[in-house]
Design a protein around this ligand. Structure first.
Ligand code: DHK
Length: 146
């Protein structure tokens, strides 16, 4: 059976591509998801790609991953810097966790320099836009190889 990956996106990720002056480029969220779906399929992964603006929903999905996913890729977006509940849920997940950010968070404001989520991450990818999301899926496929 193919490995199953939850790719969880936090607040405002649905707006990617709409604010072209921002830090996230011009590619829409739907197009980024399509890219990730293609890339996951090429890696032999089944991808469940989700987005929520709500912390508790993300916590519920991470808990669901304990039963229904082999790995988690997460961009907790603005919640990365504050969410102990997301950290704790990730710490209770057994498989690989990749933290991904579209932008290089260390080149930005100081408040983005410390992510709580990183403590639960197997690895962190930042600054490469949607390419980083594809690389996160490649990493997961490698890490799940027997
Ligand atoms: C996305 C966000 O929405 C911001 O709140 C984070 C992250 C950075 C990203 O680069 O993908 O600070």
């Amino acid at each position: 059976m193919p490995h199953r990956v939850f790719f969880l996106n936090g607040p405002n990720a649905n707006l990617y591509g709409l604010d072209t002056n921002g830090s996230y480029g011009s590619e829409s969220f739907a197009s980024i998801e399509a890219r990730c779906q293609r890339h996951a399929a090429a890696q032999g992964l089944t991808l469940d790609f989700r987005q929520s603006n709500h912390e508790g929903v993300l916590v519920d999905w991470i808990q669901e991953a304990r039963l229904n996913a082999d790995a988690v890729v997460i961009n907790a977006a603005g919640l990365s810097y504050s969410s102990v509940p997301i950290l704790d849920a990730l710490l209770a997940f057994d498989g690989p966790v990749i933290e991904a950010h579209m932008s290089n968070i260390w080149k930005r404001e100081r408040f983005r320099h410390h992510s709580c989520v990183s403590r639960a991450a197997t690895g962190v990818i930042a600054g490469l836009g949607a390419l980083g999301y594809e690389l996160a899926l490649t990493a997961v496929a490698e890490l799940l190889k027997p």
